[in-house]
Design a protein around this ligand. Structure first.
Ligand SMILES: *Cc1c(COP(=O)(O)O)cnc(C)c1O
Length: 399
């Protein structure tokens, strides 16, 4: 069986002048030799022809092709941001009167879109505990068009049973859409039965925090529908990625397999040690994680359990005190986002999940004292552990 990394390594590009990187397409529009070909392209029938860069561009196709290879899908379409990719999919599949069954622990922006924006278009959502397959199936109605979830959820690190969710989706003839931002290479949703896989490229995949970006991976038919000039959400809403960015993200993508292994190795080290020290740590690689076995049944083992972990230090005040001290000690940045070479930490209740009302946060187990860590690529993680532990002792979180 071929591995995702091998597939990326296997892609071969020749630039316009024989360069080892594809040439960057620096055009918004494209010429046609024959007027008839232009007409055919508008009707969606001109294979290999470029029309206008909001539709697609050579640089965006190179990046899309590499991401489709990583996700084992027929093809893909990149977008200007993760939210650009997510909203295009939701609005392509759903219209007035339609319904979505979504995990209740999802990225704050996605939650806000489904809760506050989609109802303006008469698209409604039931938010459910995605780890309860009974609750998911019970929420499906005759107008439901999709089940939406994150493979590893933000910020609680719950694990979606993609294979079982896919069976439910197939039974009801609806789509299973999975946001795989937290676990690129580690989990391959398509192989487990997902119909559409989405990423925010902003995080691990680009890895350098210099841009936002997104991608939708799926069948040729679905991606064509997104790009359709007459009714495609990606084409008509216009969240298009710029060619220069597509070229730079493609170059970063080539080291993703090495970075994921290191993020996972470092996160497992810290999670194991801090749990032993008596802290409340949530990490899918720990036996104490309630979906540890499920994760192991789904993952591509060589990439580990991912770079994200959470520690509950009790109160927001303690969390803030610790984060400020860790930043002062150069152990990472107090910043949202993830997948950077430096460790990033934030208190999700007060930041990225602040769109979720307090009562709902409480119900889903999102306490104020939770710190979400995106563990960096530290070369000496033992040194990091010792320094972090000192910060925890200084703030009275550890004895
Ligand atoms: C960041 C993030 C998004 C949104 O992506 P942007 O690139 O910021 O638009 C969506 N889903 C998850 C899980 C994320 O972490």
């Amino acid at each position: 069986m071929s591995k995702p990394a091998n597939k990326i390594q296997d892609l071969q590009y020749f630039g316009e002048f024989g360069g080892v990187n594809p040439s960057i397409s620096d055009s918004a529009t494209y010429t046609f030799l024959h007027a008839k070909t232009m007409l055919d392209t508008f009707e969606g029938h001109a294979e290999g022809c470029y029309l206008y860069s909001r539709h697609t561009s050579p640089s965006n196709l190179y990046l899309s092709e590499a991401l489709a290879a990583m996700e084992f899908t027929e093809t893909a379409n990149v977008a200007a941001s993760g939210m650009g990719a997510i909203t295009s999919v939701l609005l392509q599949v759903c219209g007035a009167g339609d319904h979505i069954v979504s995990s209740r622990t999802i990225y704050g922006g996605t939650y806000a879109f489904l809760k506050n924006f989609a109802p303006k278009l008469q698209i409604t959502t039931s938010f459910v505990d995605i780890t309860s397959l009974e609750k998911v199936e019970a929420a499906i109605t005759p107008t439901t068009k999709m089940i939406y979830c994150e493979a590893v959820s933000n910020p609680l690190l719950e694990i979606a049973n993609i294979a079982e969710l896919s069976k439910i989706a197939k039974k009801h003839q609806i789509l299973l859409v999975v946001d795989n931002t937290f676990s690129p290479m580690i989990i391959s949703p398509k192989k487990l039965g997902a119909d559409v896989t989405i990423h925010s490229l902003t995080k691990f995949i680009n890895g350098t925090n210099d841009t936002v970006g997104g991608v939708v991976c799926g069948t040729q038919e679905f991606i064509d529908s997104l790009r359709n000039v007459n009714d495609g959400a990606a084409m008509l809403l216009g969240p298009v990625m710029d060619s220069l960015r597509a070229a730079s993200i493609l170059k970063n993508l080539r080291t993703l397999h090495i970075r994921m292994k290191k993020h996972s190795e470092n996160a497992l080290y810290l999670a194991t040690h801090f749990e032993k020290d008596g802290l409340r740590v949530v990490y899918p690689g720990l036996k104490s994680h309630k979906d540890h076995e499920l994760f192991k049944s789904m993952y591509n083992a060589e990439y580990g359990f991912g770079g994200l972990l959470t520690i509950d230090v009790g109160t927001l005040e303690k969390a803030n005190e610790l984060m400020e001290l860790m930043q002062h000690e150069n152990l990472g940045y107090l910043a949202v986002s993830l997948g950077f070479y430096k460790t990033l930490f934030s208190a999700p209740g007060a930041s990225t999940s602040s769109e979720i009302p307090e009562e709902e946060q409480e119900e889903m187990g999102l306490s104020d004292g939770i710190i979400r860590f995106s563990i960096g690529l530290d070369n000496d993680i033992e040194r990091t552990y010792v320094a972090m532990k000192k910060c925890m002792q200084q703030t009275g979180i550890l004895k």
